[in-house]
Write a protein that binds this ligand. Structure first.
Ligand SMILES: Cc1cc2nc3c(=O)[nH]c(=O)nc-3n(C[C@H](O)[C@H](O)[C@H](O)COP(=O)(O)OP(=O)(O)OC[C@H]3O[C@@H](n4cnc5c(N)ncnc54)[C@H](O)[C@@H]3O)c2cc1C
Length: 380
């Protein structure tokens, strides 16, 4: 007969699981309470082990990369926060294409720097975006005329439904503006373990974003700037807006852009245009900044709407304010709580809505909140 105890002991936590780990220092906004359990998983086996343990324990799991696009609730997260820290970069050449693969835990900017150094085109405009490779496909990161989804060929994930590792191709990722399947139907289902990109060997740099083009011209770059020149230009433009994470920067505690740029259909755009024109916020001869978006929609810069609604760079309330260099970044000036951030975000959202009839939607992911606490912001 086998000796047993009743009730059976709870499953042993995988090695490395820590209890009650503060999340604030693991996010760039530096707010939020603790994770009940926290694990840094350096390989797929560890991720699987952690998922199995959490399932047996009946606890929720959330995934964290560099914490540069999350707002953690003041109460923290009453489950397991899994930091997918799988490393490794490799590449293969075929003709003028380079297939570049990186583990989810590789620093995004380190990967971009490496590609630029080797003369592999396709990621250069995405220089300086904080965070890890594994988060890049989640919101299809983008800047200065490129998006990660332009060059991603496969996103390798653990499918939590089957426990199998699957490769999701670009079409399957359903990339859109700050959007992908991982934010929609696949939300919470897929754990990204690695990403593969197809880059062009000795390819030309992408210079299609007017601000980048103007800056390169003002710096005396030739008609075909190198990948390195474009990377340096993007880094400098980002630095000027405090969109680079640099220690000592008073605007550093942020999640970058707090709202996505609204993309309006024809009717919404006509209504917004009428409201903006009637509000008398346009200078003589000034037109509303706008960019074409997919599906015939019009993208209006959220930063412009925020400023014209009367919220100026550097303005704010005590512990929370707008970046002094960018009207789209909400900054924790020191000692802010998640509630403070949300209150300020709602003030901006309501101000823009009341003035121009355009509803701003946050970009960061909310972690540890009850749905009813944030549904007015995220809309689901
Ligand atoms: C100063 C600053 C500038 C920024 N500029 C830009 C910009 O120009 N363009 C842009 O698009 N974004 C920008 N961002 C936002 C942010 O850097 C990106 O969204 C980045 O991809 C987030 O990476 P992360 O590793 O920090 O992810 P986290 O913030 O840790 O996580 C973000 C989301 O991804 C999920 N996630 C992370 N890793 C995994 C994984 N392995 N598997 C499954 N889900 C995962 C998390 O659960 C969460 O939902 C900026 C942020 C800051 C602070």
């Amino acid at each position: 007969m086998r000796r047993s105890t009743f009730p059976p002991p709870p499953p042993r936590a995988p090695e490395g699981v820590q209890e009650n780990v503060l999340l604030a220092p693991r996010t760039t906004l530096c707010v939020g309470g603790p994770a009940a359990h926290f694990l840094e998983a350096r390989d797929e086996t560890k991720v699987l082990e952690a998922l199995a343990w959490a399932r047996k324990q009946g606890i929720d799991v959330a995934f964290l990369g560099g914490g540069s696009n999350v707002l953690v609730a003041d109460r923290g997260f009453d489950g397991l926060v899994l930091r997918v820290a799988i490393g490794g970069i490799n590449h293969a050449m075929e003709g003028d294409r380079v297939t570049l693969s990186a583990g989810a835990g590789v620093s995004w900017d380190a990967l971009v720097a490496m590609a630029v150094e080797h003369g592999w085109a396709g990621l250069e405009c995405l220089s300086g975006i904080p965070g890890d490779v594994g988060a890049a496909p989640i919101q299809n990161i983008g800047a200065y005329g490129q998006e990660a989804g332009d060059t991603i060929t496969f996103v390798y994930c653990i499918d939590r439904r089957s426990g199998a590792t699957v490769g999701i191709d670009r079409a399957g990722c359903r990339f859109g503006y700050r959007d992908s399947i991982f934010k929609r139907r696949g939300r919470g289902r897929f754990v990204v373990v690695g990403v593969t990109f197809s880059l062009q060997r000795n390819g030309p740099a992408t210079v299609r974003y007017p601000e980048l083009e103007r800056f390169l011209r003002s710096e005396g770059a030739g008609a075909s700037p190198s990948l390195a020149e474009v990377r340096q230009a993007v880094l400098e433009l980002r630095r000027r807006k405090s969109m680079l994470l640099e220690s000592g920067d008073e605007n550093a505690r942020s999640a970058g852009s707090f709202f996505v740029n609204p993309t309006l259909d024809e009717e919404e755009w006509a209504r917004a245009r009428a409201r903006i024109e009637a509000a008398g916020v346009l200078g003589g001869g000034e037109s509303i900044p706008q960019f074409p978006a997919s599906g015939g929609r019009v993208k209006v810069p959220a930063a412009w709407l925020i400023e014209r609604a009367g919220f100026h760079k550097g303005s704010g309330e005590g512990t929370v304010g707008l970046s002094t260099k960018h009207a789209l970044a909400i900054v924790n000036r020191g000692g802010a709580t998640a509630e403070d951030i949300l209150r300020f975000a709602r003030r901006l959202r309501d101000g823009v809505l009341a003035r121009f009839g355009v509803r701003l939607v946050p970009e960061p992911v909310f972690l540890g909140f009850q749905p009813h606490e944030i549904e007015d912001l995220v809309g689901h």
